[in-house]
Design a protein. Structure first.
Length: 376
């Protein structure tokens, strides 16, 4: 008895679901399966049509267990860049993604898909966690900038990049292909839309001189569609406010701004029982939402995002599809009990197509767990 190639097994599962959802006939599916089987037997792999690539990427967003923003999965703009060769051309395409997705603040959910991992294992990689992220510097006075970026910033500096040393220096793009040495490319300031932080009730808040970039574009994850692994496939949605206000700004191991926010508010910080952290956290998140809306940049609050996720669940039920989810990630990091998600449970089973974490090329320590996404 002939043993089916493992890649053919994955391709078959994907194509059956993809063609069914696209309304294609059994005849079309059978013809495509025969072609794919022929390609795998003769070449060891197969190539997706654009229609398969586009729907597969949308399915991956729909299957992302950690993402609360999946209601809009079918609105994803898929940029097919599999023909791109050379790190300069890759960098240019990434800048095009940034400009297209930013869209003057009216953020468009977008994914750019470059050529997949080759049969010999060679691959293209974007070394950044996100296309746009702030640097972090270790100084005698402490960390300046984003502590989460310390290691990658040091790596960029070893490559020859030099930042200005401020709290909000945009890191360069770092790209490699064919498993070769990485190259870095500066992101023009004109391509990076940033939102200055203001608070409607506390004028002193502006003295902190905070800002944040408009679009979170995750760039370190691997996209698996039907057994084909796209190791460079950056994607974005828009921010949920708590991602910035309750995590990036508030976490002690990030910008750690709650003590400064409490001081501006005149709160009693002598005891945890005064709930000064809670009160400061709410106002910090309010400032983020207010600032983005004043700047005309897309953002969603966590209550609206939870309601949208509930509609997503209802629509998936109507389509006869089970919703998978990671509860610990789906609940927002602020006031989770006020959302329906907190009171439900979800099947955390991982299905494909999907996005997966990859080993960080600049780290020795590996992590290949299934990941989340900021498609909010």
């Amino acid at each position: 008895m002939a043993v089916t190639h493992p890649l053919m097994q994955e391709a078959t599962l994907f194509l059956h679901q993809c063609y069914q959802e696209l309304g294609k006939s059994d005849v079309e599916l059978e013809a495509r399966l025969q072609q794919v089987e022929h390609d795998i037997q003769n070449n060891g792999s197969y190539e997706h049509t654009f229609e398969e690539l586009e729907h597969g990427a949308k399915m991956a967003w729909r299957n992302s267990n950690r993402c609360i923003g999946r209601l809009f999965w079918d609105n994803l703009k898929v940029r097919d860049q599999r023909h791109i060769q050379g790190t300069e051309q890759i960098a240019d395409s990434l800048l095009e993604h940034i400009r297209y997705a930013t869209n003057g603040g009216k953020v468009r959910p977008t994914i750019t898909i470059f050529r997949p991992r080759a049969i010999d294992g060679s691959e293209m990689r974007i070394w950044n966690h996100q296309l746009i992220r702030y640097a972090g510097y270790q100084t005698k006075e402490g960390i300046i900038g984003d502590p989460a970026s310390l290691e990658f910033t040091q790596f960029c500096e070893r490559l020859g990049w030099t930042g200005a040393g401020t709290s909000f220096d945009v890191l360069p793009l770092v790209i490699s292909e064919h498993n070769s040495s990485p190259r870095w490319f500066e992101i023009p300031q004109a391509d990076v839309m940033e939102v200055p932080m203001i608070h409607p009730d506390f004028p002193g808040f502006t003295e902190l001189e905070l800002k944040w970039y408009a679009v979170p574009i995750v760039s370190e994850m691997r996209l698996n569609i039907g057994g084909i692994h796209y190791t460079a496939a950056p994607f974005n949605g828009w921010y949920m406010g708590t991602e910035i206000g309750a995590r990036n700004f508030a976490d002690e191991h990030r910008y750690n701004l709650l003590p400064q926010m409490a001081k501006i508010m005149g709160l009693d910080t002598s005891s945890k029982a005064t709930l000064w952290k809670d009160r400061a956290l709410v106002e910090l998140n309010l400032a983020v939402l207010y600032s983005f809306k004043e700047a005309g940049v897309s953002i969603v609050d966590h209550h609206t995002a939870a309601s949208q996720f509930q509609r997503f669940e209802e629509r998936e039920a109507e389509a006869g599809r089970a919703v998978t989810g990671n509860w610990t990630w789906l609940i927002p990091p602020m006031s989770p009990a006020t959302t329906h998600i907190f009171h439900q449970s979800y099947d955390n089973r991982v299905v494909t197509p999907n996005f997966f974490y990859q080993d960080k090329p600049y780290e020795q320590k590996a992590s290949a767990s299934q990941g989340g996404c900021p498609f909010h």
